[in-house]
Design a protein around this ligand. Structure first.
Ligand SMILES: Cc1cc2nc3c(=O)[nH]c(=O)nc-3n(C[C@H](O)[C@H](O)[C@H](O)COP(=O)(O)OP(=O)(O)OC[C@H]3O[C@@H](n4cnc5c(N)ncnc54)[C@H](O)[C@@H]3O)c2cc1C
Ligand SMILES: NC(=O)c1ccc[n+]([C@@H]2O[C@H](COP(=O)([O-])OP(=O)(O)OC[C@H]3O[C@@H](n4cnc5c(N)ncnc54)[C@H](OP(=O)(O)O)[C@@H]3O)[C@@H](O)[C@H]2O)c1
Length: 243
């Protein structure tokens, strides 16, 4: 089936750092579920998947990206300005959605590195997590403090709904954030301590971002008896790899 493309207009390109940017785009009306992604492009033959940051009820599309200097598309996306054209595919997709999380889960852990926070921001702006789970934890690991993005939105959600927040900054000292990496902090108990919540069999974890983190975190969780969730073989972990 050939993909249809919608033409969108950039209304803002916010630069958080030299390499981290958020594009807000108007025009395309898309039906999707929080946590899904869609392919975006400047020309149809060079498209890349981007997760929606906006929740489905918000008609302004938002994408959060990082410049991969040698990458063919992301440096060009970072240079877009208000008024520029962006092509958005008509077929959002993806399984990193709450409808895939077993009804038995009582706590939801949204665990991300870098731009992997994007789908979780969409999920957190919907009502569903607060109706379904006793506790929701957002974990975001970045190299530098300046990449702890969307702090204002996250703080607001925390104030309104009691979201628990754990941040990691791995390449500089950062007061208020853990150092090192997520898998090590699962193993030595620092993650649970920082969240104030046990990672037990009532937890469901959604992991998103760097594929090495997905692999290493699943190994650390596996040592505690938590395994990947499959529809036919229910478990505790859902994953989405960004590359
Ligand atoms: C399901 C899905 C959802 C995605 N959602 C997002 C998103 O919301 N935001 C986003 O920035 N990217 C996202 N990506 C990655 C995105 O599709 C592109 O790969 C990325 O923007 C780089 O594009 P590029 O053409 O410049 O380089 P590419 O040729 O696509 O990638 C080159 C290399 O860059 C590295 N890389 C790619 N993406 C990232 C990243 N996000 N962070 C760090 N290193 C990376 C990898 O080593 C990769 O091999 C997603 C990918 C998938 C599969
Ligand atoms: N972030 C920047 O300053 C920056 C600036 C310009 C361009 N870029 C480009 O962006 C890309 C990297 O993006 P990024 O910094 O968002 O992503 P990243 O390399 O995935 O790093 C994000 C976080 O994930 C951690 N991580 C990496 N491997 C892990 C593993 N196996 N287990 C657990 N955690 C792990 C990193 O820790 P470690 O620090 O320990 O690896 C870091 O805290 C590169 O292509 C780079 O060229 C990045």
């Amino acid at each position: 089936m050939s993909v249809k493309w919608h033409e969108g207009r950039v209304i803002e390109n916010r630069h958080w750092t030299d390499s981290a940017f958020s594009l807000r785009v108007e025009g395309p009306r898309l039906a999707f579920r929080a946590g899904q992604f869609v392919r975006i492009a400047l020309e149809e033959n060079l498209a890349r998947a981007f997760s929606f940051v906006n929740p489905p009820h918000d008609p302004t599309l938002e994408f959060y990206g990082i410049v991969v200097p040698e990458g063919p598309l992301s440096p060009r996306l970072a240079r877009l300005r208000a008024g520029d054209r962006l092509l958005v595919a008509s077929n959002p997709a993806g399984f990193l959605v709450l409808s895939e999380v077993p009804a038995s889960a009582r706590s939801l852990w949204l665990v991300s590195t870098g731009t992997g926070i994007a789908p979780f921001l969409s999920i957190l702006q919907t009502d569903e997590p607060w109706r379904r789970f006793e506790n929701v934890v957002l974990v975001h690991a970045v190299r530098h403090t300046a990449e702890l993005v969307y702090q204002e939105m996250i703080r607001q959600i925390s104030t309104e709904h009691g979201l628990r927040i754990v941040t990691f900054v791995s390449r500089e000292a950062a007061p208020g954030s853990l150092g090192g990496r997520i898998p090590a902090a699962i193993r030595d108990g620092r993650l649970e301590k920082a969240a104030g919540l046990a990672l037990d069999h009532e937890a469901h974890l959604m992991l998103c971002g760097n594929p090495d983190m997905l692999r290493d975190a699943q190994a650390a969780l596996g040592e505690r008896g938590l395994r990947k969730h499959r529809r036919r073989n229910p478990g505790h972990i859902s994953v989405e790899s960004f590359w």
